[in-house]
Design a protein around this ligand. Structure first.
Ligand code: SAM
Length: 286
């Protein structure tokens, strides 16, 4: 980086991997089993440590980097790797499904990233909800506590909206921990790598009629953690009203004092379907 007169930028969550063994392990976890045929989308290539390992294992790698100062560095570090394309964009402004279809010609793909910690949750939510049918897995390095949240079960302290969303879209596994000394600069926290294998829409063990409604129910249930489900959903769905929310909850055999953090994804899907039915009962019929 000295050669290019740049230093890591905090505002972009830049903590670069400096131990070669770690990107190798992450790339193996993400695409190793596909031995050369896979396509990978990397979010935040930085100076290219993980990109190089993905290029060694993939047919095609698309790397999306927000920091334009890193583009000349990547041109240098990735020189000669024909499988790799770097684009200078903010991943949160991208239509990920379209970007991947254009880059990979309609092939299935895998996301692999050492995520910038300041936007971990928005990126993961976007991948889950808008990654498209061709996205098969997401392998990400995140803060250890976030890894615990991504893989948490109901009724544990770590369980939250993101745990329920991950459980709806796929199966998540914490693979290994990475200590702070493997990064430059060293973050204040340890990290861990999580892989989420995504379900195909037809193979989901739990399926709500409307994914957007499920997202709204989960967000509403965890919006005010100390409140009962009944109160949280009454705030999240003012158009339905407190009494009807209470009867939806009791129609599913749930204790009205239950809290969102006790509920598994099956129950959230049942709630989403019941609330959709309430709303469509209100809709004017043509
Ligand atoms: N992959 C590199 C590594 O492992 O050494 C860098 C990882 S660093 C933790 C996060 C990277 O994400 C940085 O390069 C940063 O500039 C980039 N980044 C941050 N926000 C981004 C965004 N919204 N879209 C795309 N890249 C982003």
């Amino acid at each position: 980086m000295d050669m290019f007169g740049i230093s890591p930028r905090r505002e972009f969550g830049q903590n670069f991997l400096i131990n070669d063994a770690i990107p190798k392990r992450i790339a193996d976890a993400a695409v190793g089993e596909f031995s050369g045929g896979a396509c990978a989308l990397e979010i935040g290539p930085g100076i290219g440590a993980l990109t190089r390992e993905l290029a060694a294992r993939c047919r095609r790698v698309l790397a999306v980097e927000i920091d334009s100062a890193l583009i000349p560095v990547l041109e240098y570090t990735l020189c000669g790797l024909d499988a790799v394309e770097v684009v200078n964009r903010d991943i949160l402004d991208c239509d990920i499904d379209k970007l991947a279809r254009d880059a990979f010609g309609g092939s299935e793909f895998h996301v692999c990233a050492n995520l910038p910690y300041y936007i971990t949750t928005p990126i993961i939510m976007r991948l889950l909800e808008h990654g498209g049918e061709l996205l098969r897995s997401v392998t990400v390095m995140v803060q250890s506590e976030v890894a615990d949240r991504l893989t948490a079960s109901p009724a544990t302290p770590e369980y939250g909206a993101i745990s329920a969303s991950v459980a709806y879209h796929g199966r998540a596994k914490k693979l290994f921990s990475v200590s702070a000394g493997n990064f430059l600069p060293a973050p204040k926290v340890n990290s861990a790598v999580v892989k989420i294998d995504l379900y195909r829409k037809d193979d989901r063990p739990v399926c709500a009629a409307d994914d957007a409604m499920l997202g709204r129910v989960v967000a509403g249930a965890f919006g005010q953690r100390r409140k009962t489900l009944s109160n949280s959903l009454a705030s999240a769905f003012p158009e339905i009203g407190r009494d009807r929310i209470a009867s939806v909850i009791s129609s599913l055999g749930l204790d009205p004092r239950v809290r969102g953090e006790a509920l598994g994804i099956e129950t959230f899907a049942a709630l989403a379907d019941a609330i959709s039915a309430e709303l469509s009962a209100d809709a004017p019929h043509g």
